[in-house]
Design a protein. Structure first.
Length: 84
């Protein structure tokens, strides 16, 4: 699978750590139960699968590449990059 060069501001260190741990413990992705962060009175249930799809990650990478290759020029997007 391709890895994208997405700026860190689009990534969460906490979520990245959870995903890394899940991949290590369940490499085939067969366990669909959520990860639970337990802080006593507050618990967070983190879905097994979520995040940017391949197309959105690709679009973000292309946008930043266009910015870097066209320094000082105006850049326009023709449609939304992130979708529901």
């Amino acid at each position: 699978m391709r890895n994208f060069q997405i700026p860190d501001k689009y990534r969460s260190l906490v979520i990245s750590e959870i995903k890394t741990e899940r991949k290590k413990n369940d490499p085939k992705g067969k366990d669909y139960s959520p990860s639970i962060l337990n802080f006593g009175k507050i618990r967070f249930h983190i879905a097994r699968h979520f995040g940017f799809c391949f197309g959105v990650e690709n679009a973000i990478e292309i946008a930043y590449k266009a910015i870097n290759e066209n320094s000082g020029k105006r850049i326009f997007l023709l449609s939304e990059m992130i979708h529901w």
